[in-house]
Design a protein around this ligand. Structure first.
Ligand SMILES: Cc1cc2nc3c(=O)[nH]c(=O)nc-3n(C[C@H](O)[C@H](O)[C@H](O)COP(=O)(O)O)c2cc1C
Length: 457
């Protein structure tokens, strides 16, 4: 059996993950709206043999201007629409997977099925869909509502949404297009399946007007830590993008999500759990620390408070150097809890709390030599806490290039990471299950049974 190896993705939102990323002396300040910036980032990921380049997304600005004056001090304001950007990046890369976030609350399944199927064709089998339900009211206000629907409603719709999308991706069998100019037959009619879905949220006739894709179905990624999110991941996802600070929390999450898979008849190895990891390497520990400090010093207090407000509500009425109070307004439950745990564990002040999350935003942060970072990854990988990591560079593109140039070789030396891509498609490289075509298999089984039946007569 092939040796189990670490999977790597990179979260390439904007100019990096750190709150002050755009103020880094070497960051292209307008890069979040410049194609060449993203070309450089994805090509660095591919040079590092990463499984996937990942675009988080919101359908609206998700950064509260709370306290006032915070939004104009961040770069978390404008960004490309992910599928449009990834279509362009497909043309300048060959192997790295291209994963875009799309919301199940503010889209229709037909649109999503069609766009990701198209990206899968354009990229030669490298597309992935990060399924999110869009938790913020800021997004809801762009779609005729005041508030986001509650968890149960969002996830109920999401589960049916994913099922419809998967069904639409099975509209066409693999080799159905014969395109025989002589006979005039374009496709074999028995290989076309009409979905005819009738459910509580969606009525979708189909078929999809995009042919079966190179991967059969784009990879499904799930990001969401609530009970409903975990269930959706266990039922449908190939990859989970998770957030955990400690080994014990990551192990508990890993065990829980993989444990739910048996209910759906799935092999736990076919779901790759990849927590976010902000890795800051340096040739020495001091150099790594200095690099990180240079960013920390650039965090504006208003921006720090606003980052907390996204999860805990506005704390600007409290003393920055006093203790973290009971949050006035919890917004994202799982992440809010992570933040409060960090504050209580370290007995942190408000300022210390926003500085401690300024980098990883609740994800794990490791600052050190390439060996330190490889040790940190190896520990989680070998102790059932992770199958890989979604790397969150503090700033882009340099923060990713540092990981590619320093950490990847160290992982390779340890035999923990590939030295060449195994396959052409994202599914092959991740080592997740090939996409089966349930309706084609059913048709073939029925045809076989009919043939056996008539032979027996
Ligand atoms: C690691 C991680 C990454 C996420 N990325 C996104 C994203 O890019 N866009 C988005 O709308 N929601 C994103 N979410 C939010 C989830 O979809 C979900 O709405 C939110 O976390 C609240 O639900 P939860 O309690 O299930 O986590 C992410 C969640 C996690 C844990």
């Amino acid at each position: 059996m092939a040796k189990r190896r670490i999977r790597l993705g990179v979260s390439m939102i904007g100019l990096g993950y750190h709150l002050a990323a755009w103020r880094h002396p070497d960051a292209p300040a307008g890069g979040n709206m410049e194609l060449p910036h993203f070309v450089r980032v994805t090509q660095a990921a591919e040079r590092g043999l990463f499984d996937m380049a990942f675009l988080a997304d919101g359908v609206g600005i998700r950064f509260h201007d709370e306290p006032k004056g915070a939004l104009c001090r961040t770069s978390k304001n404008v960004q490309f629409e992910p599928l449009t950007l990834l279509s362009a990046l497909a043309m300048v890369t060959r192997r790295v997977g291209l994963v875009a976030t799309a919301s199940t609350t503010y889209n229709e399944p037909y649109h999503v099925a069609r766009k990701f199927a198209s990206l899968d064709h354009i990229s030669g089998g490298r597309a992935g869909w990060n399924v999110v339900t869009s938790v913020t009211d800021m997004e809801a206000r762009n779609f005729n509502r005041d508030k986001a629907p509650g968890y149960d409603v969002r996830y109920d719709r999401a589960a049916e949404f994913v099922e419809v999308v998967r069904g639409l991706w099975e509209s066409w069998e693999d080799d159905v297009f014969v395109r025989d100019k002589e006979s005039g037959i374009n496709y074999r009619p028995e290989g076309l399946h009409v979905l005819d879905h009738q459910g509580p949220h969606f009525q979708v006739k189909g078929p999809l007007n995009v042919a079966r894709t190179p991967q059969g179905a784009p990879v499904i990624v799930q990001a969401g830590a609530s009970d409903q999110g975990r269930e959706l991941a266990a039922a449908t996802a190939d990859v989970v993008y998770a957030a955990a600070q400690t080994l014990a929390d990551a192990q508990a999450y890993y065990r829980d999500v993989k444990g739910r898979m048996a209910r759906y008849g799935r092999d736990p190895d076919h779901l790759k759990i990849m927590p976010g990891l902000m890795a800051v390497p340096g040739r020495t520990r001091q150099e790594a620390q200095d690099r990180y400090e240079a960013l920390q010093q650039r965090v504006d207090p208003l921006v720090g408070l606003a980052a907390l407000a996204n999860y805990l509500g506005d704390l600007s009425g409290y003393d920055l150097d006093g203790p973290v109070p009971e949050p006035p307004n919890r917004r994202m439950h799982s992440r809010a809890q992570i933040f409060l745990d960090i504050a209580r564990r370290g007995n942190l002040t408000i300022r210390q709390l926003y500085l401690s999350i300024a980098g990883g935003n609740g994800h794990r942060l490791v600052i050190g030599t390439p060996a330190d970072i490889a040790d940190a990854m190896e520990e989680w990988f070998h102790q059932d806490a992770a199958d890989g990591f979604n790397i969150l560079p503090p700033w882009l593109p340099g923060g990713l290039e540092d990981v590619v140039d320093m950490v990847v070789p160290e992982l390779q030396r340890r035999g923990l990471f590939r030295t060449a891509y195994e396959g052409m498609t994202l599914r092959e490289n991740l080592g997740v299950a090939p996409a089966t075509h349930r309706r084609a298999e059913a048709r073939k089984r029925a045809a076989m049974a009919a043939a056996l039946g008539s032979a027996a007569q």
